[in-house]
Design a binder for this molecule. Sequence first.
Ligand code: G3I
Length: 373
Amino acid sequence: MRLRQNGITRRAATLGLASAALGTMAAGTSLKPAHADFDLELASPLRSHSRVSGIKFGCASAAPSVQTDRVLLEKIATEADIFVPEGALKWDQTEPRPGEFNFAEGDSIAAFAARNDMLVHGHTLVWYTAIPPWVSQLGTAKDAQAALERHIGTEVSRYRGKIWAWDVVNEPIEPDDRLDNDYRNSVWLRCLGGDYVDLAFRLAHAADPKTPLCLNEYGIEYATGAARRKRQALLVLLQKLRDRNTPIDCLGLQSHLDCLQTFDRDELTAFLGSVVKLGYRLMITELDVNDAKLRGDGTQRDFAVARHVSEYLDIVFSVAKPASIATWGLSDRYTWLRQYYKRADGTPLRPLPLDVNFDRKRMWASLARYIAT
Ligand code: G3I
């Protein structure tokens, strides 16, 4: 693979000296720091691959104005093309009170991205949660529509030209809520019915006609009844939006994976094929792998996680190259999964490309291979 060779030869050139030095080291003396994979550390960053393939790599993080870990921010700027705000652009952060906007965190992300030649993925405008109490208490179609008009209009206009793509509507489908069309129960559905999805996209498009607009969803990967119902309901919604000429461009596949689950290769391939046939670009938007119940030591789990990621990307790439692959975090040191999952052996979860010491793992290599495709 060209890039890797380039990476190795360029650095090996400087290492040539080192290898000579190596030669003279006492036999068996390893220069390899115990926890890091030397070859991986030598390889070019993920974002260098996207220059060749056009597939952007992104990762989620708290805003630089609140994330004080400079090493993490440096790694993000080195590895990623896209900065994904983990919480900074959510309604509870940007409009805590009606008409009162706070873009301090969002602006720090835009500034960081500009300084590091990065893009920003806008996450997210309309969601059933991470909303302030005044939004959850909206009770009429008129009030809900007015709130959406002001919120989407203000936030999208502010970042016009600075956003790579917007997650306009997040997680609209939940069959377990047993509502029409398997819509998820939300203040938006209660006030406006399913039409809120079309309305949100039209408002975002009006505020920024040039930026791709995505619907973002999770739980569609595996061979389970729940995933099958979600794929079916999501396809019905995506078809309906096409029929209404809703200005929507992409489907965000959150891809919160679980190593103990089995992919439904055939149905997932068929589903993604239908989505692409409807003219939607695919984006992998929140990739991580829950290994809370996976047996084995760190290295064994890293191989299993990397294998699971490769199997998943193989399925997606067999249908179409995604426009981007983003992980929900970059280092195991910062993962939302910790809030909800603990390992019985007390060791940290290993869901992301870099470990708690910011060293690259096998998952990083899987991503590099597909991003360079
Ligand atoms: O900012 C407040 C802080 O002021 C307060 O002291 C602290 C303690 O309560 O809470 C902080 O807010 C937290 C926020 O993250 C920022 O860190 C919220 O409690 C917490 O619920 C919120 O969790 C985020 C969650 O979405 C809800 O917004 C997670 O970090 C984030 O990883 C998670 O991400 C979601 C995606 O948006 C959509 N897909 C699933 C994914 C995982 O749940």
